[in-house]
Write a protein that binds this ligand. Structure first.
Ligand code: ASP
Ligand code: MG
Length: 457
């Protein structure tokens, strides 16, 4: 069997859902289980709705809910046609009436708990899965609706509940296996689950990928397909470099390194359950289903090129701390990191010498306060408008001369910090934000001119 997960943009309206039905119909032989996100932007709207109710603004909450109701009715109506929709309508109506009652209750109390927030937000995936299921039936697909809350068993950490793997696997077997054996396509919402006691939970934003990985791992899927609205992962941002190519195969570790650089396609941490079981994960485009996408596997394929991709992240600030008087003293780094920790300011790249430390952080308002605290430890300077550029590839391990080639290629571009990551698969440096397009173009021309056709499209 396989798992096919469709993200919010892949189910954003009736034409998108029709495309999904066609894609699934083309894979019936492979026994798909379908996991869907809420329609695009619905989770955000539900959160805003819940917050409005929590602040006592019931009017605003009900207004937002009315808009959601209209959108879901319209999509379902368009997909099902008048005849079928008349029948289905009352089911959606019940859900929205229950949601409105819940919102009135929250507004009356004027307090939103994480538990209630999860219940409100769960309507996104509950509704999308119902509508997708109805649409499948309407076009003759033998689908079966499954309530994800009966499959994904979590703890009670609301808004980021932790799935309990053994119990979840047991429920998945129990609820999905018979449906698959009967030749039907189970359809369930991602992102939501329930505690053992049956209280609705959510497993963290973007959690539908995680749901898909859990389902795939629990049922021993041959593959997991994450359907989105891009062709896959690219060698670099095509907006920076029009020569960017699609990556056909990448290792999990490489994908994880790149995820930091705005590869918004998928957060690799969410597919760990699949990778641990050696199940390949594919990124595919529901607007361009012919494209073979990007395949992510535990161990990467052999590749002629040193690197798989170049990532770049702007809006970075460098913080330099120089402390001659700390020469040879221990505990210096710890005192520095404690300051960042106190301000909840995550540090990305670090390079040190005997008397100085340079660190990068995402530009944010906390930096002046951080710098003021650091001043107790040494002379502090900080400078914004910097960017992190990162070259990623398994082959960096054990290929000599790459650093020299990289910095030769950069030529006259001023490099402010360098770090070769502990993972041994990334070479990272910091430059001025304005130099990013030129740096990426030069590096891409140097390292991606002659591409291994097995690995790049
Ligand atoms: N709908 C949820 C969210 O927007 C989960 C998902 O789409 O992955 O975060
Ligand atoms: Mg997503």
């Amino acid at each position: 069997m396989i798992v096919m997960k469709f993200g919010g943009t892949s189910v954003q309206d009736a034409p998108a859902i029709t495309r999904v039905a066609e894609i699934v119909a083309g894979r019936l032989k492979q026994q798909p289980t379908v996991v869907v996100s809420a329609f695009a932007r619905v989770t955000d709207t539900l959160l805003a709705t819940a917050r409005a109710a929590g602040s006592g603004d019931g009017g605003r909450a009900l207004q937002l809910s009315r808009e959601l109701r209209e959108r879901h009715y319209n999509v379902a109506g368009e997909l099902l046609g008048t005849g079928l929709f008349t029948h289905f309508h009352s089911e959606l109506e019940q859900d929205f009436d229950a949601l409105d009652e819940l919102l009135r209750g929250i507004a009356a109390v004027g307090e939103l708990t994480p538990r209630t927030s999860d219940l409100v937000v769960s309507y996104g995936e509950r509704l999308s899965s119902k509508i997708v299921h109805a649409a499948f039936l309407a076009c003759g697909l033998p689908a079966r609706l499954v309530d994800a809350r009966q499959c994904i068993v979590t703890d009670a950490t609301h808004t980021r509940a932790v799935p309990q793997v053994d119990e979840t696997n047991e429920q998945l077997q129990r609820r999905l296996q018979p449906a698959l054996a009967a030749g039907t396509v189970p359809v369930l919402g991602g992102f939501i689950g329930a505690t053992r006691a049956g209280v609705t939970t959510t497993i963290g934003r973007g959690g539908s990928d995680f749901s898909a990985a859990l389902v795939g791992a629990g049922l021993g899927a041959e593959r997991i397909e994450i359907w989105t609205d891009v062709d896959g992962m690219m060698t670099t941002d095509p907006a920076l470099c029009p020569d960017a190519h699609r990556i056909r195969q990448i290792s999990f570790e490489e994908a994880a390194e790149l995820s930091y650089f705005g590869a918004k396609v998928l957060h690799p941490a969410t597919v760990v359950p699949a990778i641990q079981k050696n199940i390949p994960v594919y990124i595919l485009n529901s607007r361009n289903p012919e494209c073979e996408g990007t395949r992510i596997t535990a161990r990467g394929a052999r590749c002629r090129n040193v690197f798989k991709a170049i990532g770049a992240k702007k809006r970075i600030t460098i913080v330099d701390v120089v402390a001659t008087r700390m020469l040879m003293a221990h505990g210096f780094l710890r005192s520095i990191f404690e300051v960042f920790d106190r301000h909840r300011c995550p540090v990305d790249v670090v390079s040190t010498s005997e008397v100085s430390v340079s660190l990068t952080v995402d530009s944010n308002e906390a930096i002046p306060a951080v710098a003021a605290d650091l001043a107790a430890l040494g002379d502090v300077k900080y400078e914004g408008r910097k960017a992190i550029v990162c070259l990623v590839g398994d082959n960096l391990r054990g290929t000599p001369g790459i650093a020299a080639r990289t910095f030769n290629t950069l030529g006259d571009i001023n490099v402010r910090m360098i770090s070769q990551g502990a993972s041994e698969i990334n070479l990272t440096f910091v430059i001025d934000e304005d130099d990013v397009p030129e740096a990426v173009r030069r590096l891409h021309a140097a390292f991606f001119a002659d591409l291994d056709p097995e690995v790049f499209a």
